[in-house]
Design a protein around this ligand. Sequence first.
Ligand code: DP6
Length: 325
Amino acid sequence: MSTAVAHPNIALIKYWGKRDDDAILPLTGSLSLTLDVFPTTTTVTLDAAADGDAAVFDGIAATGAAAARITAFLEIVRAAAGVRTPARVVTRNSVPTGAGLASSASGFAALAVAAADAYGLGLDERALSRLARRGSGSACRSIIGGAAIWHAGHDDATSFAEAVPSPALGMVIAVVDAGAKAVSSREAMQRTMRTSPYADAWVRATAQDLDAMMDALARDDMTAIGELTESNALRMHAAIMGSRPPIRYLAPQSIALFDAAAQLRAEGLEAYATADAGPNVVLVCRDADVDDVRDRLAERAPTVRLVAAHAGPGAHLVPDASRSG
Ligand code: DP6
């Protein structure tokens, strides 16, 4: 029995588009901050007596596509371990699943670490990142604490995340809608690449944004970090909106939060907005400004749940829980 904890990450430079759907190799690199809020805790127990894998998410047995995705992932782990034993997976999420709050990232990062341990694979951080990537691309970055770059790579061995030096950054998560989204990011990503006339431009621009972001982090240039973050997110959403049939994740309230970030900047507080595949908006700022940003945003958006977040740890085993039987 092995238990691991992982936290979501929010990308400053987004991953959107695969060159290989099966191995989950991305078209471009991306860069994110792993947070200290909304942990996922996953326990994997091998069960030689079971007919097959079983997965329980927040007390509810997984079925259908969700269960199949867990088994497909465990098959990768079993193939590497040379073991056929089924597993029981028990997951507790503190983030609303499917709401664009990166639950698949923390989910597969925690599962990768717990399953690798349960099946006796002695994997280092890079190998764990590669493994987590096979479950959900963005999960490879939640293996790493704090700021992480996911190198696009050209094959399984070269596509992994690792830590990057960064100034201390923080985030304020604005939960616009905690319900499940209409189109999954996996499907929307495929549709964007297949049908959006802006897909190629997105890929080219993002490769440049990633280089520029690495420079901005190294220079500790908050303005450049923030402007690149906000622009890269809007470019991703522009490419998504160009899909047919169209997909639009940003809600009126999301746009209002981008405006609110601009107002905070006009008042001299550096905060920049980003959004993943959903209506929630995340403000990025210097870590020291997180409370200020949250409080000043609360004045402008009193009905929106705001969560202050800081850089968090990479996915890791929880030794005591795994020994407690
Ligand atoms: C918008 O990692 O969920 O959050 O690899 O198909 O599982 P799959 O996709 P996923 O996509 C995340 C996309 C994003 C941007 C990002 O986190 O970089």
